[in-house]
Write a protein that binds this ligand. Structure first.
Ligand SMILES: [Zn+2]
Length: 153
């Protein structure tokens, strides 16, 4: 016979600070200036955004900084219309993978610039492969949300 236990629902929070390190410091300083920088692998030539200190494919240090396009295409997206712990912004929002022009990896960010409360419009408007561009926040502080979102071009 299984014993039943009384339970209580609760939430555990773990505030922490993450040191950017040299590579992300430079990457996020670029964000403050409305520039998106990547690093380039000396072996395979891939451009990585966000910038990385080494190529995860070749395991060699990246050695070159490149400013990349602020436009790209949507490669995947999901719509969130409910609230949960740790969200980057209030719902509804679209979390998306974006391949900036001239880069070789997807950037995880948000899509906006449309009425996100109207899911029919979202379904009609947002498509994989569509062109998007960065929309910058008025006040930037060296954070990934210095780009408010990417909007359809
Ligand atoms: Zn490489």
């Amino acid at each position: 016979m299984t014993k039943e236990y009384k339970t209580i629902k609760t939430e555990l929070r773990l505030p922490y600070e993450l040191a950017y390190g040299a590579t992300w410091t430079r990457f996020f300083e670029g964000m403050q200036e409305k520039k998106i920088y990547g690093t380039k692998c000396p072996k395979c030539g891939k451009v990585l955004v966000p910038a990385r200190s080494f190529c995860p494919k070749c395991f060699v240090d990246t050695d070159k900084w490149v400013e990349v396009s602020q436009e790209g295409k949507l490669t995947a997206w999901s719509y969130t219309n409910y609230r949960y712990f740790g969200q980057p912004v209030d719902p509804p929002f679209i979390g998306a993978l974006i391949r900036l022009d001239g880069t070789d990896v997807d950037l995880l960010h948000l899509v906006g610039g449309i009425d996100l409360k109207n899911f029919d419009e979202v379904k009609r408007t947002i498509k994989n492969g569509m062109k998007v561009k960065a929309v910058w926040s008025d006040e930037r502080k060296g954070h990934i949300l210095d780009i408010r979102y990417f909007e359809p071009v």
